[in-house]
Design a protein around this ligand. Structure first.
Ligand SMILES: NC(=O)c1ccc[n+]([C@@H]2O[C@H](COP(=O)([O-])OP(=O)(O)OC[C@H]3O[C@@H](n4cnc5c(N)ncnc54)[C@H](O)[C@@H]3O)[C@@H](O)[C@H]2O)c1
Length: 247
């Protein structure tokens, strides 16, 4: 296989399972040193082992400023560079909007929006120093669809799209591209077995492509935006949902 990412370091948050794990797998298969950054250290270790090569696991809570700083210190010490950042970690609670109290709203914002900011803030410092970077933020097509029972999540993902656009303007002069990918409903571990699972049949009826998405359907779009070939694409939202919202 072509090794497009040989010599590159990629941090993928939430890579211990689901879509993040699929992204980590594709980047590692093409030569990247992948930092499997996740709250769940045990599962992150197992994924890093599976990836092999120079990839490694790192425990992090993306919503914790100190932990994000420590992660970056550790990655720089181990690899001396950060070329690619994939902000994939998120929580996806499914609750009628008027049952969401302010504490729950803030919890979702902390992980799904503040976490993206904190990771971008730190990684972009290193990318600016080297004059190269690829940042890919995982949004969601629920932002485009206005999906019910996920209002704080939809708002946070809208924030991620807006932040992606603003950051592409701020970081472009330093050779850094910033893009977002919005998956549709996808059979990840986080979704399977939860309340979202009941939505697959209805979602399939709305999609142009009549099957369930799996994490491997999402990863190639992210890998493209992480590649050198995508160097003229920035500030974009790439919707990857089998033709559900047709954005
Ligand atoms: N699966 C879907 O249907 C779907 C649809 C649209 C968008 N997305 C987005 O895709 C991304 C991945 O989704 P998924 O379904 O694969 O998720 P998942 O729930 O299967 O996995 C999420 C991973 O993130 C980690 N994580 C959670 N909070 C964290 C934190 N504070 N710090 C570090 N790691 C943390 C978890 O430990 C887990 O390993 C998310 O951004 C999600 O919003 C998913």
């Amino acid at each position: 296989m072509e090794r497009r990412f040989a010599g590159r370091t990629a941090i993928v948050t939430g890579a211990a399972q689901g879509i993040g794990r699929a992204i980590a797998g594709e980047l590692a298969a093409e030569g990247a040193t992948v930092v499997v950054a996740d709250l769940n250290e045990t599962r992150a270790e197992a994924v890093a082992k599976e990836l092999g090569g120079s990839s490694f696991a790192a425990a992090v809570d993306v919503a914790d400023e100190g932990a994000v700083a420590e992660l970056h210190r550790h990655v720089m010490e181990r690899t001396g560079r950060i070329d690619i950042l994939v902000n994939n970690a998120a929580i996806q609670p499914f609750t009628p909007w008027d049952d969401v109290d302010f504490a729950e709203w803030r919890r979702i914002m902390r992980v799904d929006l503040d976490g993206v900011y904190l990771m971008c803030r730190k990684s972009s410092d290193e990318m600016r120093r080297s004059g190269y970077g690829r940042i890919i933020n995982i949004a969601s097509n629920t932002f485009l669809a206005g999906t019910p029972n996920m209002a704080p999540y939809v708002a946070a993902k809208g924030g991620v799209v807006g932040f992606t656009r603003a950051l592409s303007t701020e970081l472009g002069p330093y050779g850094i591209t910033v893009n977002a990918v919005s998956p549709g409903l996808t059979a990840s571990e986080g979704v399977l077995g939860g309340p979202h699972e009941d939505s697959f049949e209805f979602t399939k009826s709305l999609q142009s492509l009549k099957r369930r998405a799996v994490p491997a359907d999402i990863a190639p779009a992210v890998v493209f935006l992480a590649s050198e070939e995508a160097g003229w694409v920035t500030g974009s939202l790439l919707n990857v949902d089998g033709g559900h919202v047709r954005h």
